[in-house]
Design a protein around this ligand. Sequence first.
Ligand SMILES: Cc1cc2nc3c(=O)[nH]c(=O)nc-3n(C[C@H](O)[C@H](O)[C@H](O)COP(=O)(O)OP(=O)(O)OC[C@H]3O[C@@H](n4cnc5c(N)ncnc54)[C@H](O)[C@@H]3O)c2cc1C
Length: 546
Amino acid sequence: MTSAATPDSFNQSPPFEDIDLFAIDRPLVEAVAFNEGSSAFVAHSNFGRLWGSAEMAQRGRLANENPPVLTTVDASGSRIDRVEFHPAYHELMTHSIDAGVHNSSWSAEGKPAGGASEVVRAARFYMAAQVETGHLCPITMTRAAVAALASQPDVLAQVMPILASTNYDPNFAPWSAKRGMTIGMGMTEKQGGTDVRSNTTRAVRDGDAYRITGHKWFMSAPMCDAFLVLAQTDGGLSCFFMPRFRPDGSVNGIEFQRLKDKLGNRSNASSEVEFRDAYALRVGDEGKGIRTIIQMVQLTRQDCAIASAGLMRSGLAHALHHARHRTVFQKHLADQPLMQSVLADMAVHVEACTALVMRLCNAFDRAPGEASEAAYMRLLTPAVKYWICKSAPGFLYEAMECLGGNGYVEDSILARHYREAPVNAIWEGSGNVMCLDVLRALSREGDAAVTVLQTLMTETRGLPGATQAASFAIKTMLQPDSERVARQAVEVLAMLAAAAALNIVHPAHAELFARTRLDSVQRRMYGAAEFSFAESRGLLDRALPS
Ligand SMILES: Cc1cc2nc3c(=O)[nH]c(=O)nc-3n(C[C@H](O)[C@H](O)[C@H](O)COP(=O)(O)OP(=O)(O)OC[C@H]3O[C@@H](n4cnc5c(N)ncnc54)[C@H](O)[C@@H]3O)c2cc1C
């Protein structure tokens, strides 16, 4: 409706919807291809069209505007501990699970699916993250849980027939009676998240099972069918499979205290929870809880990086789309030299992040058979999570600003992306913890890690600043007080790996990335890097077809 005071709107960008999130993203298409995932192109495009549709955008919006609600007791005062989600959340879950984003990197028996299954799955995770990231929390935890369950083959064999299905079944019922299942994770307690050794939750043996009593300060996706939980035993900190129902069909002793009121990630429920004699099965040996659950965390860290890269891709695409439609001073924003510098600088960052996450996923694919890829995966997973996830909030702020005031209001997806971005850097090991993990990998697997660094040097030979960056990273990580300067070293290591990954996909853009990131004093603002007009055009045309 218009009035004399409010004319028909003009010079506003049209909605960026009903697009194929795969086909329009050349950096993604090529990163997937160069990392051996091209066999799934048709399926990726189908997925890209579905997730790029106006309907999915609407579902993402609704799921976040109508956050989950916890009901602890029923009308008669009996505990029920249920969390209700908006139908849009269930629809997002249905589509992600239908495409196997929660399990496709595993065989039906819970072994690595082989081929390029990690890269193929990552491409879908990357696209889904551009639309709605909250629901990806149970999706990532479910697929990652299989790696920890591998330590307890009898439990894995029981759950795989249900977990391997592509049905989403939100019914509140024992997992064994369902058409599909999801799995969450409970590690963090009030007195320590990073320092899980300080966990006080206690597990006591009861026949073949255990009874667990204690609390978790954060336990997301509480309507999962089971959780992998850490608790102390006589043998030390151990990992457990804790289902929502006991084997006799009664509801397990899992009582949710409240849901967190979060900055973002609003479609996802994150609970505070108490366990009261909760039934659980042990996963792995007593005392080996950290070693067991780290198998899961390695995979959720990988997904944090993929999701942050996806969020930044979405920010860039929205910014570029807007700048190509919006006219300021008789010229499209995209043709204003200073805006072009900002967008091109952002485009080279996203292109490098995308190439890097796909290269990392390729290492996950090849690690079971190639020691050098296993070493790449071990050393670089924390570095990639650190660098990509920490860059996302600042990047999304910049993308938001490209839309001017429209970027700041809730009609645009950028406000939601901006709120969402920090969590990937915080959970699954916060920034400092990732840096310390890189140092740990270097000290424990020194020779293999040094070989990874030497390979990165070979793969970046000739790129501006690469040799100096590599020697800086090695020297800094090996110096006696390396903890103090670990952030500098890990950032450079990740950027070196990004340059190497991009050099395989698009050498000219790897050169631009290296010139502006490795070969110069680090500039913190997008748009401060210097590109020629032709270089900017090359980056932007590739980022989003005009
Ligand atoms: C939305 C949300 C959902 C979550 N869902 C779950 C869940 O489902 N399950 C679960 O188990 N947890 C969950 N968490 C918890 C999350 O994993 C932890 O918050 C995170 O691991 C950090 O732990 P912490 O909060 O105890 O902080 P701390 O461990 O106290 O860390 C605080 C800061 O200190 C830094 N730090 C820690 N150790 C060192 C060191 N040695 N040197 C230097 N710096 C250090 C960290 O990097 C961090 O910046 C969730 C968190 C959020 C925000």
